[in-house]
Design a protein around this ligand. Structure first.
Ligand code: CO8
Length: 261
């Protein structure tokens, strides 16, 4: 694997663990970190040995406390635009990664950090996690997809309240409004993320990849187009060994052994 300055990456038995690693600035995202994440995601997408990805932040305090404010402060409009475009491209890549991605949110997930979490497929939060889009307090709008993904996840009204006030909410409130799937004691967060990854890994990998693509495609289109896409991925499953194995195992009353082909 490649070497990174601001990221850590390990593959533990198929679980690719990405850690955003700038703890001194609460893992704030600068251009270099985004570029590294972009490169790492390209490598992970091609790596059949990575079955599920978990993303977390380094240290005890933060998942990611946002885009790097010190780096943004002197930006011109054009530099701001290319920073936003770069972040959006990376988060789109993350959202459409073939493997499922779990965010293990271990602290502050603000601004670009909340946007990073929202680009993941499933969000697990530690009890100490905090969420928000404080951009309007800094004189900007969210720029890494927050105005688009948040209303899709929690609905327009709730998203507008969070985006207009810049308020920070705790993990319990994030769970109540559907921003996260689960809240766990801090010390249980990573174990829970790994247990969830293991469960997903025990199912048919291609079927999961197709499912993810169908959900992502379908959520951005009308129902008729979405279900037409579903029929295509459903039929593709019948070209896999795993479909034969899964159904044969059921008939033979044994556990299926999926190979991802
Ligand atoms: N950027 C840069 N540095 C940061 C950031 C950040 N987002 N967050 C924290 N840091 C730094 C602090 O400056 C501090 O550095 P130092 O020790 O040198 O003073 C260090 O991290 C520790 O932070 P604090 O001392 O502030 O820690 P506290 O526990 O007191 O507070 C908070 C924690 C509440 C998280 C606080 O640090 C904070 O409010 N951070 C900023 C949160 C924020 O506003 N995030 C949104 C940023 S904007 C954004 O993400 C837009 C994304 C889209 C961009 C589009 C491109 C144009």
């Amino acid at each position: 694997m490649l070497e990174y300055t601001n990221l850590l990456f390990t593959n533990e038995n198929g679980i690719g663990l990405i850690t955003i690693n700038r703890p001194k600035v609460l893992n704030a995202l600068n251009s270099e970190t985004l570029k590294e994440l972009d490169n790492l995601l390209d490598a992970v997408a091609q790596d059949n040995a990575v079955k599920v990805v978990i993303i977390t932040g380094s240290g005890e305090k933060a998942f990611v406390a946002g885009a790097d404010i010190a780096a943004m402060q002197p930006m011109t409009a054009l530099e701001g635009r290319s920073f936003a475009k770069a972040g959006q491209a990376v988060f789109n890549k993350l959202e459409n990664l073939p493997q499922p991605v779990i965010a293990a949110i271990n602290g502050f997930a603000l601004g670009g950090g909340c946007e990073l979490a929202m680009a993941c497929d499933i969000r697990l939060a530690a009890e100490n996690a905090k969420f928000g889009q404080p951009e309007v307090s800094l004189g900007i709008t969210p720029g890494f997809g927050g105005t688009q993904r948040m209303p899709r996840i929690i609905g327009k009204g709730r998203a507008k309240e969070l985006l207009f006030t810049g308020d920070t909410i705790d993990a319990a409130e994030a769970y109540r409004i559907g921003l996260v799937n689960r809240v766990l004691p801090r010390e249980e967060l990573m174990e829970a993320a790994k247990a969830l990854a293991e469960k997903i890994m025990s199912r048919a990998p291609r079927a999961i990849e197709f499912c993810k693509a169908a959900i992502n495609e379908g959520m951005d289109t009308d129902l008729e187009t979405g279900v037409a896409y579903e029929a295509e991925v459903f039929s593709l499953c019948f070209a896999t060994n795993d479909q034969k194995e899964g159904m044969t195992a059921f008939i033979e009353k044994r556990k299926a052994g999926f190979v991802g082909k």
